[in-house]
Design a protein around this ligand. Structure first.
Ligand code: HEC
Ligand code: HEC
Ligand code: HEC
Ligand code: HEC
Ligand code: HEC
Ligand code: HEC
Length: 683
């Protein structure tokens, strides 16, 4: 290694020397089981010893460039602790292989995945994976390594500074050591990078910062010498979010937690796995916890909360009176669990419940199924439940409460209804009841809900819900469009759909089936039609189709439905529908230079709103954007944006904390147009 004299003056001696003399033997043992020291290992063409894979085993190597990869081809192992491992070849380049090769080992999923196949990649990653890195250093045997270092992995001296200066000044983080944020970040301008459904990993420092936790340091929660991901004390066992002053509504009192979510931890919602390192568990859950903490209780998905500059997508900040901060969208906070735990939630349902999650309602209700999970057989059945509630106030209240059930297509049926009940302070109410689903009821998750509201003002106090699973019948139809939601532009367009019919029975079935589309005026057109088809046991019919709505067809909502019935008895086995929308003509404005540009509506949703609302707009070309809110006297009350924005759909969240109820006007000004929209704040 060739180094300038100034660097040589520093003296790194390696983690073992910290152990030497037994100064810190306790720390050394703990830290050897944490991720930091394992970040780079110089196996130098030999099989790495098992202690370099402390919690997993060494994988059998894959085939690369058509030949089995041998350990003699591998000179360095990167990572290999928790998420994934990558490998360097004899030149120090990252092994990437050819197209189709899998050269990254994913530890959690025990599989290989591809990493930049076909590209030649120098190893320029060492600043964060080694100790005593310098960009002027040279690793003579490895031309494809950028820079050089003293010690492999993140050793004591990476954080504490070189031993030489430590001996001179034994302060804990000596000059020359790195702060956590110097490795756990990605973007120098503190923007959060989002890609293909998730935030990228190792952005913890940026997340804390943009999430508004600017005063808190990593080591306030983390014990830096111990593993967090393997739960070896990296987060001390007595760590409790709600013990932090900021999170107790009153001194000594814990946070109000909605009863429905018993058993779910603060960090399950406030630090969801919305960042990705090696891979994802489902659409909304990857493998690294977020450090953003704040939750945006609105019905928007993560991808709707991003903006684009060039090829990079960034996480949008939410306007609050105290400044713009990053927040977690509910797809990560809630749907990550609720997509596959048998209680599927839509983003709208999650938003309904998330608003004021920790605010104890004036009147609370609790809805409990008698025998959860509730499963109804194909030929129908009923379930029992109890509903109880309580006036949490010290004064009398007049309430209404009711319940309904929503089928998997969103169709709601009312059930119980009680109006104008007077509840004394602290008084409770209690109902036992049951509900039946017939054989014809749609298979899938039905949501049974109960609500309680103030009688006169009809303000919702609380609601609760449980899921009822209806098992599939003898025959089931799946009928869905590709790439929903389908929005056909005013000039017309087409959409693709898939129809799948499955015979779940123990015998063959003779059926006829068809699919149709109904326009906003009620006119029906056929999409698919088939008579007298025999479906063998367990067999499936799969059909793809396309349908066009030319210019001139009606704007509005179209319903597409598919049906299957018995060929002989004509009994309907199953049906399923989806909806699509054809847009009306948008206004076209001509600019001074004669170019026609489309004007897009500045949308405000929800409107009227209570605490926060989302303003969205679409730009066809990058433009300077100013978005400001005015009161009805024309006084500017907030400026949400005043800077350049790229083409695409954009959203800004507006938090009305400082404003009183009333009508407000949002004005969006771009280089070419101006739009205003009124909205109503109800407090
Ligand atoms: C990832 C960065 C990092 C690494 C690696 C690291 N430390 Fe630390 N160390 C810290 C920080 C930060 C503190 C201050 C802790 C606090 O404020 O609670 C600290 C504190 C200490 C302390 C004094 C406080 C205490 O808890 O007793 C000792 C001693 C220490 N480290 C020794 C070591 C040794 C020995 C190693 C290597 C075996 C090591 N550290 C590796 C970041 C690190
Ligand atoms: C700016 C610092 C930085 C740079 C540069 C960097 N990394 Fe990392 N890397 C990290 C951090 C921090 C983590 C831990 C993940 C987290 O914090 O979310 C990590 C994790 C990893 C892991 C998973 C480790 C494990 O044990 O599971 C691998 C593999 C990895 N990085 C490879 C690379 C490669 C290859 C490069 C260069 C192309 C690179 N890193 C560049 C900081 C960095
Ligand atoms: C020199 C760069 C560097 C510095 C400085 C650094 N880290 Fe890391 N950190 C990494 C890398 C690389 C990984 C990936 C290791 C792995 O796979 O666990 C990592 C992983 C982690 C992990 C997950 C692994 C585990 O053991 O649970 C935690 C937690 C963590 N760092 C916290 C911290 C904290 C807290 C600090 C500051 C006290 C800090 N890091 C400073 C580079 C760094
Ligand atoms: C308010 C407390 C808090 C702060 C501040 C904090 N963390 Fe964490 N961190 C946690 C908790 C809690 C976990 C998750 C523990 C678990 O999964 O059980 C975690 C997990 C992690 C992980 C592992 C990721 C994973 O998938 O679980 C890394 C890496 C990490 N933190 C790095 C950092 C870094 C770097 C900083 C400072 C920039 C930091 N943390 C600041 C509380 C905190
Ligand atoms: C089931 C998910 C969930 C769990 C578990 C959860 N929270 Fe929340 N939390 C939320 C949601 C959603 C919001 C946003 C409410 C809003 O903005 O109206 C929130 C908001 C907050 C806020 C912002 C202030 C407020 O009262 O709205 C704090 C602080 C907070 N939570 C702390 C905690 C703590 C501490 C715990 C653990 C005791 C916890 N949360 C557990 C979902 C959860
Ligand atoms: C860690 C996974 C997890 C996360 C994150 C989570 N939930 Fe849950 N949720 C559950 C579990 C488990 C239950 C069942 C609890 C029970 O039966 O007591 C549940 C129950 C519910 C129910 C009631 C269904 C019933 O049958 O009573 C609703 C509604 C709900 N969650 C909404 C939310 C919302 C809104 C969020 C986000 C703010 C959220 N959940 C985040 C795991 C999670």
């Amino acid at each position: 290694m060739l180094l300038p004299a100034s660097v040589l003056a520093q003296n790194y001696s390696g983690d073992l020397s910290c152990l030497g003399g037994m100064c810190h033997s306790d720390k050394y043992v703990e830290y050897k089981n944490s991720g930091h020291p394992h970040q780079l290992y110089h196996n130098n063409g030999y099989t790495p010893p098992s202690y370099t894979w402390p919690f997993t085993s060494v994988p059998p190597l894959p085939t690369v460039n058509g030949l089995p990869l041998e350990w003699s081809d591998v000179h360095y192992v990167i990572g290999n602790y928790y998420w994934k491992a990558r490998f360097l070849d004899e030149t120090g380049a990252i092994i990437t292989g050819e197209s189709g090769d899998m050269t990254q080992w994913n530890l959690q999923f025990d599989n290989w995945s591809s990493y930049h196949p076909g590209e030649t990649m120098q190893y320029d990653c060492a600043p964060c994976h080694t100790t005593g890195y310098t960009e002027y250093g040279i690793m003579p045997n490895y031309p494809n390594i950028v820079g050089g270092w003293y010690l492999d992995g993140v050793q004591c001296e990476a954080c504490h500074g070189p031993c030489s200066s430590h001996v001179v000044n034994s302060a804990i983080l000596t000059p020359g050591g790195l702060e956590c944020g110097e490795c756990h970040y990605r973007d120098r301008q503190n923007r959060l990078i989002w890609q293909d459904g998730f935030l990228l990993d190792r952005q913890e420092a940026v997340e804390l910062y943009t999430g508004g936790m600017t005063e808190i340091a990593c080591e306030q929660c983390h014990e830096p010498h111990r593993s967090t991901v393997y739960d070896l004390g990296g987060i001390p066992s007595n760590f409790d979010c709600s013990s932090c002053d900021g999170h107790s509504p009153e001194p000594g009192k814990k946070m109000y937690m909605d009863q429905v979510m018993e058993g779910v931890d603060c960090i399950d919602c406030h630090m969801p796995y919305m960042d990705i390192s090696a891979g994802s568990v489902n659409q909304y859950k990857a493998d690294v916890r977020s450090h953003i903490y704040g939750i945006l209780p609105l019905p928007i998905y993560g991808y709707e909360n991003t903006y684009q500059i060039g090829d990079t997508t960034y996480w949008q900040l939410t306007y609050t009176p105290s400044g713009d901060i990053a927040k977690i969208t509910l797809d990560y906070a809630c749907l990550g669990c609720h997509i596959d735990n048998g209680i599927p939630l839509t983003i709208e349902e999650a938003a309904e419940m998330a608003q004021g999650f920790h605010v104890e309602p004036l009147v609370s209700i609790n809805l409990t199924a008698a025998n959860p999970p509730v499963i109804i057989p194909p030929d129908g059945g009923s379930f029992d439940f109890s509903l109880n509630g309580q006036n949490n106030q010290s004064y009398e209240l007049r309430i209404d409460f009711w319940s309904d059930i929503t089928d998997p297509n969103g169709i709601v049926t009312d059930h119980i209804l009680f109006t104008d009940i007077t509840l004394q302070p602290g008084e409770t109410f209690y109902i036992d009841s049951s509900y039946a689903l017939s054989a014809a009821a749609e298979e899938g998750a039905h949501m049974y809900r109960a609500y309680v509201q103030e009688h006169v003002w009809q303000e919702l106090y609380d609601h609760d819900v449980f899921a009822v699973q209806k098992q599939p019948g003898s025959l089931s139809i799946d009928f869905a469009p590709y790439n929903p939601p389908i929005l056909i532009p005013p000039e017309g367009g087409s959409f693709d759909f898939n129809l799948t019919i499955a015979n779940n029975q123990t015998g063959g079935l003779r059926i006829n089936y068809w699919a149709e589309i109904v326009d906003p005026a009620g006119l029906v057109d056929t999409l698919i039609s088939a008579a007298d088809t025999t479906l063998q046991i367990g067999s499936i019919i799969q059909l793809d189709g396309q349908y066009s709505l030319p210019t001139g067809t009606l704007a509005g909502e179209y319903t597409c439905s598919a049906f299957a019935r018995d060929q002989i008895t004509l009994e309907l086995y199953d049906q399923e529908s989806f909806y699509l929308e054809k847009e009306g003509n948008s206004s076209v404005v001509t600019t001074s230079d004669g170019a026609a540009i489309e004007m897009f509506e500045l949308n405000v949703y929800p409107n009227p709103f209570n605490a926060t609302t989302v303003l969205s707009y679409q730009l066809h070309v990058a433009s300077m954007v100013n978005l400001a809110i005015y009161d009805i006297y024309g006084r500017k009350v907030a400026e949400l944006i005043n800077s350049q924005r790229g083409a695409g759909v954009h959203q800004v969240t507006f938090d009305s904390d400082m404003l009183s109820s009333g009508v407000y006007v949002a004005r969006l000004t771009t280089n070419q147009t101006q739009q205003t929209t009124k909205f109503v704040l109800l407090k």
